[in-house]
Design a binder for this molecule. Structure first.
Ligand SMILES: [Zn+2]
Length: 405
């Protein structure tokens, strides 16, 4: 196919590139798999960083001024959030929302220790609109599913513990799903060999006997030391759409894997998110079009179209996702109502979509997610020509605000 330009050929004019030389880091041909290239490239980058601003991931016109300073401390620091109040946005076009929220039901949850050392609670949901197992990834003990905790006719205590409808933690020999048994265990001096483990965990505060009974804000009100504008007390929430390519098979075409990691990092850190957090993980691959169609879109992108154009060529809406399920799941997790949440997103449209048709969920603040490559001046995060195009398309076409302003 001599007429077609080779993908990523050095002769190809930079797409979306107002800054000459921006593609220098990618502008290699035969030495692409030469390990020496990385050393040379790294050397060139660090040298360049002394003389000029580090290379930006996308057009400098969109780069927030505070990024990508390599000296910017990013860990641990409360994520910067922007207060939002969608009730004030009467003139803005409302997203098309389902008039009625689907019903959702948490079937089972389990404790998942993670490779980072933190724990999370994985919740599997069923719902009234599709047959997929949508998920809630919950950090902390303050967030509980109403439908999971509800009594089911005829179930035994073992049934309840098996489907995860228990408070505190499971331990060998536990016979009741309810909090009373743990309280008794904590109050009565246990025999060293049998319940010593449980006792130790309780003593260290590992078992939260008040699990689900204590209001999440009461910890700080005990000390009478509630922070002014106590943003951090609001639970952190992310609505995340499944991305097999970005999360499982190391794709650098998008930043979904990185965003999922970052959301989990923020929620697992009690100083950044003392009330815990929840990632609603929706099985809507490829902005809702499915994996097969998403791969077709990738081929169209390699033929020179951006994400947005490729979806339209495949006769898919640019974004086929729907968030009614997320709203219903947040309500089930007790995150609906006036207290509000902090929503981790760069997409302002998502704020209203998540709030639901009758504002069943209230987003008090939007917390922007800055690509790791920007925060670290390119030292960490995804480096690829594709993710660069993806991010610039996101900004240009989907009006994402990848800025903390
Ligand atoms: Zn992705």
């Amino acid at each position: 196919m001599p007429d077609l330009p080779a993908h990523a050929s050095p002769g190809l004019p930079p797409h979306h590139s107002p800054s000459p030389g921006r593609l220098d880091g990618f502008n290699f041909s035969s030495s692409a798999h030469d390990p020496r290239r990385h050393a040379l490239q790294d050397g060139a980058e660090s040298q360049a960083s002394h003389n000029e601003p580090p290379p930006s991931l996308i057009s400098p016109a969109f780069t927030p001024p505070a990024t990508p300073g390599s000296s910017t401390p990013s860990h641990p620091r409360p994520p910067r959030s922007i207060p939002v109040d969608t009730s004030l946005l009467s003139d803005a076009p409302a997203p098309s929302l389902l008039e009625q929220l689907p019903t959702v039901d948490c079937e089972v949850r389990a404790r998942i220790p993670t490779t980072t050392g933190h724990e999370m609670w994985l919740h599997v949901y069923r719902n009234s609109v599709d047959t997929k197992e949508h998920l809630a990834i919950v950090f902390g003990n303050a967030i509980r599913s109403r439908s999971l905790d509800a009594e089911r006719p005829g179930e035994t205590e073992l049934d309840r513990m098996t489907r995860g409808a228990y408070v505190g933690r499971l331990f060998p020999g536990r016979t009741s799903s309810r909090v009373e048994q743990i309280k008794r265990a904590a109050g009565v001096a246990p025999k060293a060999s049998t319940s010593g483990g449980a006792k130790a965990r309780i003593d260290s505060g590992y078992v939260d006997v008040s699990d689900g009974l204590l209001s999440p804000s009461s910890a700080s009100s005990d000390s009478g030391d509630v922070q002014p504008g106590s943003d951090l007390e609001l639970p952190l929430v992310r609505i995340h759409s499944e991305c097999y390519t970005g999360e499982t098979v190391w794709s650098a075409r998008c930043d979904c894997g990185e965003q999922l990691d970052e959301a989990a990092r923020l929620m697992a850190d009690p100083t950044l998110s003392p009330s815990g957090g929840a990632i609603v993980y929706l099985r809507q691959e490829g902005r809702g079009i499915g994996l097969g169609e998403k791969l077709k879109a990738y081929n169209l992108q390699d033929l020179g179209n951006d994400t947005y154009e490729a979806n339209l060529m495949l006769r898919h809406p640019a974004d086929a996702r729907s968030y009614g399920l997320a709203t219903a799941m947040l309500m089930d997790l007790g995150l609906g109502g006036d207290r509000g949440i902090r929503l981790l997103t760069n997409n302002p449209d998502k704020v209203r979509a998540v709030e639901g048709p009758a504002r069943e969920v209230v987003v008090r603040e939007r917390v922007a997610m800055i690509p790791l490559a920007w925060k670290t001046g390119g030292k960490a995060g995804i480096k690829s020509e594709e993710v660069e195009k993806y991010l610039s398309t996101k900004i240009e076409k989907f009006k994402h605000m990848l800025s903390q302003k």
